[in-house]
Design a protein around this ligand. Structure first.
Ligand code: SAM
Length: 485
């Protein structure tokens, strides 16, 4: 969209938001709006719903369109209120009698998420006559969530887990659509709203933009509130760590926000102190990069919650019953508690496992020999995982630069962006596993736990296959894409 058209679109959204009572001012009417001209907030401050605490701004390297602080904000301050009537939910869409009777008839066959996606498509189908038109116009035209990846982009993950998760997401979107398409037909929507592609758009909108509400597990679409971009929650921003929180905020409440029955509004709070102009971010939850891609269509170069899952092979599983998703390595190299316990138990002679087991489950180290064994095993496992990838980290790096150059030059950037996300994902995963030094040489007597050496746990990069021929293959891919579009 051209810049001025985009600004008009946002202006219309802000007008609608003001009519719906959305506000970033404290409830007291005595407060005046900030209108400092020249500051980027001057655009949004002419719309009474924003400008006191927030303004819409574009952050090219951190989520694109987002919300910035219109003044210095204090941690815990109420920064945005969206009244219940301004939330788009299945219930609110059912004010339309035709949709209501249709959804009532099919309620038992559709999940809450399918109902919300149907409601959204029905609303979009009304075009300009929808009261939500200025909001719908501002929704992204396409998404990069896993369900939207093509076969080619899925294969670019190279790692089985990620390929499996993508295939599952695509299959789920397809079966959801097949179940819902009859309902869409009953609503007499135009053919373009009945396609799988429209369905994927609607379900990605629901997946990436809804906020939790207590009365509908599908959540709600929240105008303006859904413009907050994401920052991973970490210890610093956890609700427990709240000595410097605004005095009016109960300590038990998450600093980010939620629906408040007493105010009949969705309320958003500053999770930390912000300087004027800084992007104000929201923690949507704790996600690995693959989960961020699945639900939101982006990933973080530095994600404290990312994980590399380590599969224990058959023989080892007999000594442990930990669920698979509890066995992983974190970005700082730390193995999860379950992985450490499982490995320590495995490295303990069978006859001693029963007696030593309780020590292990309390997190204690068994012996230097035991640690050495599991360290060796883990290093071998990581090498094996990396060995299965078709490209080296250097090759991926070069490929990413090539894609960046192409994104700048060509109009088919959307296709390249998803491919880039898949490559970035496997590239970041490599780094989590990159071992800086030979882990076998770590003196176990040192104060630092040995896994700190696994900061980049798979740094067995030198052991990764060198695949020059693969570079040619990728050039062929790039060529194929260029030709196809
Ligand atoms: C709730 S919306 C946030 C507003 C969105 N940027 C917009 O323009 O409408 C969530 C989407 O914003 C983008 N996003 C949010 N946080 C991001 C981040 N830290 N990095 C990259 N993209 C992000 C992703 O596309 C995600 O699906």
């Amino acid at each position: 969209m051209a810049k001025s058209a985009e600004q008009d679109c946002i202006a219309a959204l802000l007008c609608l938001a003001a009519q719906l009572g959305i506000s970033d001012s404290p409830p007291s009417p005595s407060l005046t709006l900030s209108t400092n001209s020249g500051h980027p907030s001057s655009f949004t401050s002419s719309f009474p719903c924003l400008g006191h605490s927030l303004f819409v701004f574009y952050f090219p390297d951190a989520g694109g369109r987002g919300l910035a602080a219109a003044r210095d904000l204090e941690k815990g301050e109420l920064i945005l209120r969206v009244p219940k009537a301004a939330l788009f939910t299945t219930d609110s869409a059912m004010a339309d009698a035709k949709l209501a009777s249709c959804l009532e008839r099919h309620r038992h066959r559709l999940s809450p998420v399918q109902m919300l996606a149907v409601s959204l498509l029905a609303e979009v189908g009304k075009g300009r006559s929808s009261q939500w038109y200025p909001y719908l116009e501002n929704l992204p035209r396409s998404y990069d969530t896993l369900a939207n990846f093509t076969n080619f982009e899925v294969k670019a993950f190279q790692v089985e887990d990620a390929i499996g998760a993508s295939e599952k997401a695509i299959a789920l979107a397809k079966s959801d659509w097949k179940e819902a398409v009859g309902v869409l037909k009953e609503l007499d929507l135009k053919p373009q709203f009945l396609t799988f592609s429209s369905w994927r758009w609607a379900s990605a909108t629901v997946s990436s933009r809804t906020l939790h509400i207590p009365w509908d597990s599908a959540g709600c679409l929240c105008p303006i509130g859904d413009l907050f971009n994401y920052a991973a929650p970490d210890e610093e921003h956890s609700p427990e760590n709240s000595e410097d929180t605004h005095p009016d905020v109960p300590v038990s409440r998450l600093t980010d926000g939620g629906y408040e029955e007493s105010k009949s509004s969705y309320c958003f709070y500053a999770r930390k102190n912000y300087k004027q102009g800084e992007q104000v971010l929201l923690g949507y939850g704790t996600y690995t990069n693959l989960e961020l891609l699945e639900h939101y269509g982006f990933l973080l170069k530095e994600n404290p919650n990312d994980k590399v899952f380590i599969d224990l092979n058959g023989g080892m599983c007999t000594s442990t019953s930990w669920p698979k998703d509890s066995l992983y390595i974190q970005p700082d190299g730390t193995p999860s508690f379950a992985l450490l316990c499982a490995l320590r138990l495995w490295a303990t002679p069978a006859k001693l496992r029963k007696t030593i087991g309780s020590r292990i489950y309390s997190g204690s180290l068994v012996s230097v020999e035991n640690e050495r064994l599991i360290m060796k095993w883990l290093a071998k496992r990581c090498t094996c995982i990396l060995g299965r990838l078709n490209t080296t980290i250097g090759e991926d790096n070069r490929l990413l630069s090539k894609i960046d150059r192409m994104i700048d030059q060509y109009s088919f950037r959307r296709y390249l962006e998803r491919w880039k996300l898949a490559i970035e994902w496997r590239y970041i995963m490599d780094f989590i596993g990159d071992i800086k030094d030979d882990p076998m040489n770590v003196p176990l007597a040192c104060q630092e736990p040995w896994w700190r050496k696994f900061q980049f746990l798979f740094s067995m990069l030198q052991l990764r296959k060198s695949c020059l021929s693969r570079s040619n293959l990728r050039c062929a891919y790039i060529f194929k894409i260029t030709m196809a579009l």
